[in-house]
Design a protein around this ligand. Sequence first.
Ligand code: ADP
Length: 322
Amino acid sequence: MELWTQQQRIAQGQQSLQGSVGLDSWLLATFPDLEQTATGDIEIRESARERLDRLAGGRMRMFIAEGVFFALILLGGIYYMYRTLQEEVAVEHRQSIFLSATSHELKTPITAIRLYLDTLTSRELSAQKQAELLSKMGYDLTRLSDLIERLLLAQAVINPSHTPQLVALDLSEAVKHVLGELEQRAESDGLTIESSIADDLTALADPERWQLVVSNLLDNAIKYTPRGGHIGIRLSASGDWVRLTVEDSGIGFEPEESEQIFGRFYRIGNEDTRKAKGTGLGLYLVREIAQSFGGRAWAESEGLNRGSTFYVEVPLVLSSRT
Ligand code: ADP
């Protein structure tokens, strides 16, 4: 409408300059969208008006749609940023807990080793006492190197360029080996272990990492099961998969935590968990390793103090039964 008015003014100007033709007839001839009414006024034709209205309506709808679209994008962006920030804060919190847990874990065996060393060098001890202290030092050194190994592995697993070296591996061997190593500790913690390990189940896996999966799960079962409890470990073929099951009658967890416990540095924040030493890296590594073998890991519990069961499945390559 503004444009029309403007053009009308220009035309009037031109006309008055030329001064020859009648303004009305000149306007009508120049602008086909104008018409002369019965009263002799010059007006915009109804059809042109409607066309302009339609155009205006169309533009308005377009602006509203664009407005809504951009508002949604903006809201989505704000929500995404909020979530990212929240996650960042949570990760930072977990990392600081992890740092203090790790330094504590590193410090404890070092302090113990120093103490044994002081005792060994400053006192006259019987051969039996010396052997006892040396064996304790050996145990603490193993704990230290295990932890460092775990940290390095976690670093390697987190690295996106990391590719595990998979070989055809008899999974039962490693399970028996870890069981042999940890059985005594479980017994001295007042726990009973029952095992059922099928032989000759071969899968594509990395031997060291598979051993780490088994030892993490068994170590957790021992750590989180109070005296008098029971642990079951089973390795079996389940369809096209080899399944490792580690169950215990221990402190368990709320079913809604079953995913979070596989998160990096995640530890359940209750008193029972805090009493046990840990860094929150074990289950994270278990799942990452299982996935790198083409498998999966998950956990189930019916609730606190109702025990828990951990499962790892990897694709079966060969079984003595097939
Ligand atoms: P941590 O070093 O703390 O044991 P993990 O990654 O192995 O770290 O486990 C993460 C958390 O999952 C533990 O802190 C604990 O709260 C819970 N959890 C792991 N295993 C068990 C289990 N067998 N029974 C109950 N809770 C468990």
